[in-house]
Design a protein. Structure first.
Length: 295
């Protein structure tokens, strides 16, 4: 019989490398057992914790231990916008013990304290237990995203428009923030203007797409454990419908390959048929579906 003193909960503002290692080990066990995807953003969090960048004055890491073994985890990501994303897991051998519920009660206190506009709970579409728990909380489906990986060579027969992808500088921050407000359908906020050169120190490479010296779009790139990620790709509305998005995407893939990425992935909202068709035409195929539920 387990001793109650063998169990403990640890709450932290940010990850250190030991936490990162524990959570990754638990993630590997859960993925192998359940065959589902998780979106914990561990590398994103660790990079910003090491560089003291981001929102570090709040409790974001909720860890449940049996002796010195991590058996339960819930994490909060906020990404600088007023939307909070929550995802987590419990070790297969310690399920149905109320661990997830205990951690979520602590997360709920943090939600109430921080009072974000939107709270999203994440679950792989194939995780019946995760979806059941979320629905019991009264959350409703908000949207779904496909995770896609490059599986074949892209058809490069596209009209070359002399688009140049260049690394963004800090003085491009306002333009990037403005474009993000369009692509994410959010109100433009002067206080959320990032500094691309600082983001690069944390492993996020922001590129702006220029045509005849005018910025027409952007894309974010990163490489984690050999996997290249493409995020936040967009073209300003007045330049859409001319094949620029496709050209930006293909150039982004080429940059990631040059940087040594062995695999390349992205995420796209399931109902965004235009983007989905674009990605498929460039060699991407769906590998998993992440559901987002609004609390």
């Amino acid at each position: 019989m387990e001793n109650v003193n063998d169990f403990s909960i640890r709450l932290k503002e940010k990850l250190d490398f030991t936490d990162y290692k524990h959570i990754n080990e638990l993630q590997d066990i859960c993925i192998a057992f359940d065959g589902v995807a998780l979106k914990l953003e561990l590398d994103f969090k660790l990079n910003r914790a090491e560089k003291q960048v981001g929102y570090l004055n709040n409790i974001n890491e909720f860890m449940y231990f049996h002796k010195e073994t991590l058996i339960g985890y819930l994490g909060i990501c906020q990404f600088g916008r007023d939307t909070m994303e929550i995802n987590g897991m419990v070790h297969p051998e310690f399920r149905r013990m109320g661990i997830f519920k205990k951690l979520f009660l602590l997360v709920k206190d943090e939600i109430n304290r921080r009072n974000p506009k939107t709270v999203l709970l994440l679950s792989d579409n194939n995780s019946a237990s995760g979806i059941e728990f979320i629905k019991l909380l009264g959350a409703t489906h908000h949207h779904s995203e496909y995770e896609m990986f490059v599986k074949k060579e892209a058809n490069k027969q596209f009209e070359k428009n002399n688009i140049i992808l260049r690394k963004a500088k800090n003085n491009d921050g306002r333009e990037i923030a403005y474009q993000n407000s369009i692509y994410f359908n959010e109100e433009f906020n002067e206080q959320e203007i990032s500094k691309p050169e600082e983001e690069e120190k944390c492993g996020l490479f922001i590129y702006v797409a220029e045509l005849e010296e005018k910025i027409i779009g952007k894309v974010n790139l990163e490489i984690t454990n050999g996997v290249g990620g493409i995020f936040g790709l967009g073209v300003r509305p007045e330049y859409r419908g001319r094949g620029y998005g496709r050209e930006i995407l293909i150039k982004a893939i080429e940059i990631l390959k040059e940087k040594g990425a062995k695999d390349i992935m992205l995420q796209v909202e399931a109902k965004n048929s235009n983007a989905l068709n674009l990605y498929k035409s460039c060699g991407f195929e769906e590998t998993s579906t992440m559901n987002y539920y609004e609390l």
